[in-house]
Design a protein around this ligand. Structure first.
Ligand SMILES: NC(=O)c1ccc[n+]([C@@H]2O[C@H](COP(=O)([O-])OP(=O)(O)OC[C@H]3O[C@@H](n4cnc5c(N)ncnc54)[C@H](OP(=O)(O)O)[C@@H]3O)[C@@H](O)[C@H]2O)c1
Length: 247
């Protein structure tokens, strides 16, 4: 690997923004970034301002909040981490959604909500937040996806809506990375899989014998991957060990 973004601690005079910074992995990322010396802004549905993909205007409001902070502090936005996501729970349409075990369980409401939170929300984040990255110098935008979003790696089937919405996210981020490179050749935009992590999102599935890791460990791995992304890695999909995942 050829580290391109490994800033020494003294050089971390920048702002890090974690969207979904109030979630399981997001909160651990916030703590990890603070320990690395970044000034950190965490945004979620319960922060002020609030970020809620069910209300499109909140994405722009949050981006303006970050822009104001950048202008006020004079700091560059060196890390943008999108740690939002949805696998199960209540949808914006007011129904319960669970990962589908069969095509018989497919329904429009669950599909729409998975796409809203896992793909459309992050796409709007790209629109409003990627322009806030510096026009020169190293910086990273990282979007948390999931290995199950890989089409090439899908041997088990099931989880249609989550898989498909994460595959859509992967394509959106890959496309955004191409455009970002035209603004700043040193800016990296990647998709990351955190591993199976002990959070509310994975909790109902832990009993199936999956090996789950604490969020603190996952965040530490992800930040290490971000710090040592190789040159030419923009637009690619990596796991928490820094290994490439097929699309
Ligand atoms: N945990 C795992 O094993 C695992 C495995 C593979 C991939 N991932 C991915 O890792 C990321 C983080 O997941 P996690 O495990 O930390 O899950 P989590 O604890 O459930 O956190 C999910 C985050 O998504 C946010 N979110 C949900 N609905 C939203 C909405 N309508 N608008 C804006 N934000 C919304 C939540 O915001 P609030 O804090 O405001 O509720 C929360 O911050 C997700 O992309 C997930 O798909 C996780």
């Amino acid at each position: 690997m050829h580290p391109s973004t490994d800033l020494n601690p003294a050089a971390r005079a920048g702002l890090a923004v974690v969207l979904g910074g109030t979630g399981g992995i997001g909160a651990a990322l916030v703590a990890g970034l603070l320990a690395q010396g970044f000034e950190v802004l965490a945004l979620g549905r319960r922060t002020q301002p609030a970020l809620d993909y069910s209300h499109e205007n909140t994405v722009q409001t949050c981006a303006q909040h970050v822009a104001d902070r950048l202008a006020h502090t004079g700091l560059p936005l060196q890390r943008l981490i999108v740690a939002t996501g949805f696998l199960h729970g209540n949808t914006a349409g007011g129904h319960r959604a669970e990962p589908e075990r069969s095509w018989q369980h497919l329904n429009a409401d669950a599909l729409q909500h998975n796409f809203l939170i896992n793909a459309i929300g992050p796409a709007l984040v790209m629109r409003h937040f990627l322009p806030l990255l510096p026009k020169q110098g190293p910086c990273v935008a990282a979007f948390l996806s999931a290995r199950v979003g890989s089409i090439g790696d899908n041997a088990l089937g099931g989880w249609y809506a989550y898989r498909a919405s994460k595959a859509a996210l992967n394509q959106l981020v890959h496309t955004g990375a191409i455009e970002l490179a035209r603004r700043n050749k040193e800016a990296l935009c990647v998709v990351l899989h955190p591993g199976t992590v002990e959070t509310a999102l994975s909790q109902p599935f832990a009993k199936t014998g999956l090996q789950v890791r604490p969020a603190v460990e996952a965040a530490s791995d992800l930040l290490a991957v971000i710090d040592s992304l190789p040159v030419g890695s923009s637009g690619r999909f990596f796991d928490h060990k820094g290994l490439a995942i097929p699309w």
